[in-house]
Design a protein around this ligand. Structure first.
Ligand code: UDP
Length: 238
C-alpha cells in the first residue's frame, strides 16, 4: 500500500538535458524510460502530475542567436525541441500503461492538443499525466517560466525541479567538497545570491504566486516518490 502523499497535484520540471543520459545530445531512450517510471510511481500514489520538459538537449534559442540566427526564430526552434521531448516522454509513459496528454502552447493539432486551461485541469482530475510542451509559446522565455506559469494555472501545490543533485547548495557540490546544502531557502535569497535553481523570472513568478519549489535529485531511484511520501533530501524554496 503506497504511503499517503502529502500533496495532491504537482508540477515536475526537468531540463531537456535530463533526457540525454551520458550522451552529449538528444534523447537516450533508457533514460527517458527511467524517468517515466519515477513519474509512474508518483502517479500510483494518487498524486496528479503535470510536467514541463526543456529543450536544451536539442536546441537552445540563445545558442542559435549566438551563431547569428534571429533570436525569435531560434527561440521558436527551442520551443519545437520541447515538443519532441514531450512526445518522447509521452511514448515512454504510455508504454508503461499510463494515460497522458501532450498539450502545446503553440497549436499543432495533428501532433497534440492545444492549450485550453479548463481542459488541462480536467485531464489532471481524470488522473492523466499532462505534459505541457512549447514552453509559454513566446520567445524570450524559458521552460522554467513555463513550468511556473502552468503550475500556477493548474493550481499545483509545488513545483518539483529534478536536477543532478539533491538540492540547492551554496556552491557547486560537484566542484567543492565543503559545499553546503540548504534545507530551506527564500525566493529572495535565491535571487540575491544568484543561486542556480531556476531563472530569475521563474523564481519571481513563483514568489508572487506563493508556489514552493522543491529541488531534488532525479538520479536517486525512488527519490521523487519518496519526497511526496515525506522522506528524502531536497531543498525547499518558499
Ligand atoms: N523557449 C522559448 N519560450 C518559452 C520556453 C522555451 O523561447 O516559453 C525556447 C528558448 O529558446 C529555450 C528553448 O526553448 O532556450 C529550450 O528551453 P530551455 O532552455 O528552457 O530548456 P532546458 O534548459 O530546460 O532544457
Amino acid at each position: 500500500i503506497p504511503a499517503r502523499p502529502v500533496l495532491n497535484r504537482v508540477m515536475l520540471k526537468i531540463s531537456g538535458e535530463a533526457l540525454m543520459g551520458d550522451q552529449g545530445f538528444g534523447l537516450h531512450p533508457p533514460t527517458v524510460e527511467r524517468i517515466a517510471r519515477e513519474v509512474q510511481s508518483v502517479q500510483q500514489m494518487g498524486v496528479e502530475v503535470c510536467m514541463v520538459i526543456g529543450g536544451g538537449n536539442i536546441f537552445r534559442g540563445l545558442q542559435g542567436s549566438a551563431q547569428g540566427m534571429e533570436r525569435t526564430t531560434a527561440d521558436y526552434m527551442g520551443m519545437l525541441a520541447t515538443v519532441m521531448n514531450a512526445l518522447a516522454m509521452q511514448g515512454a509513459l504510455e508504454a508503461l500503461g499510463l494515460h497522458t496528454r501532450v498539450i502545446s502552447a503553440i497549436p499543432m493539432d495533428q501532433v497534440c492538443e492545444p492549450y485550453i486551461r479548463r481542459r488541462a485541469v480536467r485531464h489532471l482530475e481524470k488522473k492523466r499525466i499532462v505534459i505541457f510542451a512549447a514552453g509559454t509559446g513566446n520567445p524570450y522565455f524559458t521552460t522554467d517560466t513555463a513550468a511556473t506559469l502552468r503550475a500556477s494555472e493548474m493550481a499545483c501545490e509545488a513545483i518539483f525541479k529534478g536536477t543532478k543533485v539533491d538540492g540547492v547548495y551554496d556552491k557547486d557540490p560537484m566542484k567543492h567538497a565543503d559545499a553546503k546544502r540548504y534545507e530551506q531557502i527564500s525566493y529572495d535569497e535565491v535571487l540575491s545570491k544568484h543561486l542556480k535553481v531556476m531563472d530569475a523570472s521563474a523564481i519571481a513568478l513563483a514568489r508572487e504566486n506563493g508556489l514552493p519549489i522543491i529541488v531534488f535529485s532525479l538520479d536517486t531511484p525512488g527519490g521523487f516518490r519518496g519526497i511526496l511520501a515525506g522522506e528524502g533530501t531536497y531543498t525547499r524554496v518558499s
